[in-house]
Design a protein around this ligand. Structure first.
Ligand code: ATP
Ligand code: MG
Length: 206
């Protein structure tokens, strides 16, 4: 599951847990991105803070893991590079599923080499109840270059409606509005202790 995780929140964790159950995954690996191509120009917190908050959030759950592969790689964080890396590490026989929100899958699959991405991994789009993947069908070619149905490897997964986003949490933290129960307890403590989202604090870009 890729994302900037600035910060990781309950929505991410609910989606990860639901995907693990519905698709019988052995493990869900959070992969915080360094420089997502679709978020260039967007400032985000230092990589070390975002990584640490993920570590705190997954503590005690043996089915959740974190990888710093994108944070260590130079240049823009392309999903295809990460999928290839995971395949190299885990071997050709492993089945990969890339978990995203329905919003992000549109960006990932329609912006760069959908063919290659769909060949390398299945995709799970977390949607709110009733959200159809029709917009994805409109945006992708019907067939991949290998002749397969482009959406064969794309699954949608309904999760309870969670109107939680990192953007909203950052704004709440900056303006003193409540966000405590939108993140795991330890992540709330980390944000409070570090003042990560307080207005006027310099925000890192890596
Ligand atoms: P931001 O507001 O900074 O964009 P975000 O909350 O969207 O943050 P990201 O780090 O951008 O979080 O998202 C990582 C992945 O999690 C994306 O695929 C995104 O679609 C998905 N996601 C984000 N929020 C939710 C949520 N509440 N429920 C399910 N999936 C989510
Ligand atoms: Mg987002």
């Amino acid at each position: 599951m890729g994302g900037t995780f600035d910060p990781i929140h309950i929505g991410h964790l609910v989606a990860a847990d639901e995907a693990r159950c519905q698709f019988r995954l052995d493990k869900v690996v959070f992969v915080p991105s360094a420089r997502p191509p679709h978020k260039t120009g967007v400032r985000h917190s230092p990589a070390a803070d975002r990584l640490q908050m993920v570590r705190i959030a997954i503590r005690g759950n043996p089915f959740l893991d974190v990888s710093d592969v994108e944070l260590k790689r130079e240049g823009l964080s392309y999903t295809i590079d990460t999928l290839r890396h995971l395949r190299e590490v885990h071997g050709a026989s492993v089945e990969l599923f890339f978990i995203t929100g329905a919003d992000a899958i549109l960006e990932i699959l329609t912006w760069k080499d959908p063919d290659e991405l769909l060949a390398e991994s299945a995709f799970i789009a977390a949607t709110r109840p009733g959200f159809p993947l029709a917009s994805l069908r409109d945006a992708l070619p019907e067939k991949t270059s290998k002749g397969a149905d482009a959406l064969d490897n794309v699954y949608s997964m309904e999760i309870p409606a969670l109107a939680i986003s990192s953007t909203d949490i950052r704004e709440r933290a900056a303006s003193g509005r409540p966000y405590r129960y939108m993140v795991p307890e330890g992540v709330w403590e980390y944000i409070e202790a570090s003042g990560l989202y307080l207005k006027g604090e310099p925000r890192g870009d890596g």
